[in-house]
Design a protein. Structure first.
Length: 719
């Protein structure tokens, strides 16, 4: 038995921050408190409220502790192995009748950062012969993947924040989200303050003066959805003034492509951009001067703000072009500052990874002629993949670590699709909206009850330096529970179906006995910079010495070049320019709307994570509809007043709250809420599901079918 003062070292896995923590355990070995680990070299004692309160989730009274089978509105508990027997019997029958493509997996953020769960999902689908893999990536920031495929990328990457003169952030709030890949995931407040003291100039572009924008040297507050105009206007101004890196552009862009870019952005002159975007006169030039004229290092970065709005692929492309024309990358001979420890070792090369348009080589979907994106189906099409009859129709869905009922667009169609399935299985510790509709709910171990190593996103360095950390299982599962690690459910189903798992494409797993989680982690690390044993030997994290590693020259005789303005991007920009914009008068198919809906982060939540935590909910019983105080006054509303929000696609009720940091004409709300089964649910108890206001077929982007969650025109009507 652990003593009352027993402490254990681990790290938080709610988001990609990976903050080191110290767990205090009671006499039963369960968590009684969590604090940041000051000896952790990555996070240095920092831990956010989400992580500090996560111990309550382990001990929560509403946590599911044994599998459920739900039929005709009633639920009954049953032993895990019996539940898996029943699920496999039904899966086998579905596959026999409809084929393996009738089975799909949806992976939410609760499992994306869970290494063995994420790898086992794909391995399971490969074993049964299905390609139906969906994740929250394609309804989040998939524009970055599209931009890489159309523009190209720089093999050596960008300099770390500590070496930047300037940082330009579009729709990013890393001091709250901790998920701006490569920028401020770890110890964000201290790192940003230290960078400022060193001389960093920070520029933010966001309709709200966010917690990050409070530290900015220049904080622009445009209307949502105007990021393409602002980024394109900056490109026009920088090129016109000659503030771009001529030598870099000559070698890695080329005169013809640079001229194509100039011509495409030429209509985006300063007055037009500032007027249509709601900026103050002269602000665009201030940004261009600070970013391009007066700085030599530093990058532009786009996050969920532009990535969730209309023309998101265009916005991300133009943001990335700012880095290209200013040459804001590590060059030959520069010291290597970041590597991904869990990736295979490779040299950092000073050269362009050419635009590959990988999706053009992948198979077609049955829905709206879209393709795969980096081997994934597009989540905005999931409801139609379920509801559309024919070969390949999804009849069984396994959801791991996600809640499609609250995360996918056009909620009415999503609910219709989930209810129509022959089999719905959720892997979830809570009885949320999707789990309430499931035939079976399999509750998993929570983060401190299982082993893992720090989040691994191939190709995306999350932290400065070369960092990785392993944690064993720290606490036992609750007494009397019948739980398992997420990966075990998939391995067990494959075994029952007579299929063999080839895990992570590296090793064939036994079928006569289950592997251990450590076995799987060791397989994943094969061929990487480190081994599982090395990680175990560094309980507070392994920081590899980079020494004098330098960026190497590109071995290619003729350098590859960026494609800064391909034909489809140019057409998207023309379509954007054709859309009439009169600030404060938003139109959609002839109807006028007074506001634009914008996404936001709430400090205590990571998407829907935290909604089932009683202590968190006592502070945040619902997700308010935030408005500027002047807009509230004009509507005759006070904090807590109920309103009807109506968009071109639906309507919801919400409770308003004043936010003086939000620009006028904007309604700002967090997503991932709304536990009730319909839009009439009690929002003071369940919050508001904003996805009733969105669409999954018309208002989506080409290539990635990314739905529009932000810059959605809405009217606000007092109730």
């Amino acid at each position: 038995m652990a003593s009352q003062h027993d402490t254990r070292v681990s790290f938080c896995r709610i988001c990609s921050g990976g903050c080191g923590v110290i767990l205090s355990l009671n006499e039963s070995g369960h968590i009684c408190s969590i604090r940041g680990d000051r000896e952790n070299k990555l996070s240095k004692g920092y831990a956010c409220f989400k992580g500090l309160q996560s111990g309550e989730s382990h001990n929560a009274k509403n946590r599911l502790l044994e599998p459920l089978e739900q039929q005709d509105g009633t639920a009954r508990a049953l032993p895990l192995e019996q539940a898996l027997d029943r699920i496999s019997d039904r899966l086998g029958a579905i596959i026999a009748e409809h084929g393996p493509e009738s089975v799909a997996v949806f992976c939410g953020n609760g499992a994306v950062l869970h290494n063995t769960a994420f790898q086992m999902q794909r391995s399971f689908l490969d074993a049964i012969g299905s390609s139906q893999f969906f994740t929250t990536l394609t309804v989040d920031q998939s524009a970055k993947l599209v931009s890489f495929g159309r523009l190209g990328g720089w093999a050596a990457g960008i300099p770390p924040l500590e070496e930047m003169d300037v940082a330009l952030m579009f729709g990013a709030n890393p001091l709250i989200s901790h998920s701006s890949l490569g920028f401020l995931t770890a110890d964000p407040v201290k790192r940003l303050k230290a960078a400022h003291q060193r001389g960093l100039r920070l520029i933010t572009v966001d309709p709200r003066r966010t917690e990050t924008a409070a530290h900015a040297d220049l904080a622009l507050q445009p209307f949502p959805g105007r990021d393409p105009a602002i980024a394109g206007g900056l490109l026009r101004l920088i090129l016109a003034e000659g503030w771009h890196d001529r030598e870099f552009c000559a070698r890695y862009v080329g005169a013809e492509r640079l001229n194509d870019l100039r011509a495409a952005v030429d209509p985006l002159h300063e007055d037009m951009v500032e007027t249509s975007s709601g900026l103050e006169p002269g602000q665009l030039r201030q940004v261009a001067e600070m970013f391009a004229r007066d700085a030599r290092t530093g990058c532009a970065y786009g996050a969920t703000g532009p990535n969730m709005a209309p023309f998101s692929n265009l916005a991300q492309h133009l943001i990335d072009c700012l880095n290209v024309i200013c040459g804001r990358f590590l060059r030959e001979g520069d010291r290597v500052r970041q590597i991904i420890v869990t990736d295979p070792p490779k040299e950092s090369l000073a050269g362009v990874i050419p635009a590959g348009r990988h999706w053009e080589a992948d198979g077609w979907s049955r829905i709206r002629g879209v393709r795969y994106l980096y081997g994934e189906r597009l989540s905005a099409t999931l409801a139609d993949e379920i509801l559309t009859p024919g070969e390949g129709q999804i009849r069984a869905l396994i959801v791991d670590g996600g809640d499609p009922a609250t995360s996918l667009p056009e909620r009415a169609r999503t609910l219709e699709a989930l209810r129509s399935l022959d089999l719905l299985v959720t892997i979830d510790p809570w009885l949320g909206p999707t789990a309430q509709m499931a035939d079976f709910v399999l509750p998993p171990l929570l983060q401190y009850e299982r082993a893992d190593f720090s989040a691994a996103v191939p190709g995306y360095p999350l932290w400065p330096g070369a960092w990785a950390q392993y944690t064993p299982a720290i606490v036992p599962p609750p007494a009397g529970s019948d739980l398992a690690d997420d990966w075990y459910f998939f391995w067990s189903l494959a075994k029952r179906l007579g299929k063999t798992i080839r895990y992570a494409g590296k090793a064939t797993l036994p079928t006569d006995h289950a592997p251990t989680t450590d076995d799987l982690l060791a397989i994943q690390l094969e061929g990487s910079w480190t081994t599982l044993e090395q990680l175990k030997a560094a309980p507070r994290g392994l920081e590899l010495e980079l020494g004098d590693r330098r960026v190497q020259p590109d071995p290619a005789e003729t350098p590859q070049q960026f494609d800064v303005m391909p034909a489809d991007v140019a057409e998207e920009l023309r379509a954007f320019l054709r859309r009439a914009v009169l600030p404060g008068k938003w139109a959609y198919e002839g109807r006028s709307y007074g506001f634009l809906l914008s996404t936001r982060r709430m400090r205590d939540f990571f998407n829907s994570n935290g909604i089932h935590n009683a202590q968190v909910r006592s502070r945040n019983p619902y997700n308010p509809a935030y408005l500027n105080p002047a807009d509230l006054a004009a509507l005759g509303l006070a904090d807590g007043s109920p309103v009807l929000l109506s968009s071109p696609h639906g309507k919801v009720t919400a409770l308003v709250r004043s936010d003086p940091d939000l620009r006028r004409g904007v309604v700002s709300m967090a997503h991932g809420w709304g536990e009730g089964p319909d839009e009439a649910a009690d929002v003071s108890a369940y919050g508001t599901c904003v996805n009733w206001l969105t669409d999954s077929s018309m208002d989506v982007e080409a290539i990635n079918a990314m739905p529009h969650f932000s810059a959605v025109p809405v009217n606000v009507t007092p109730l």
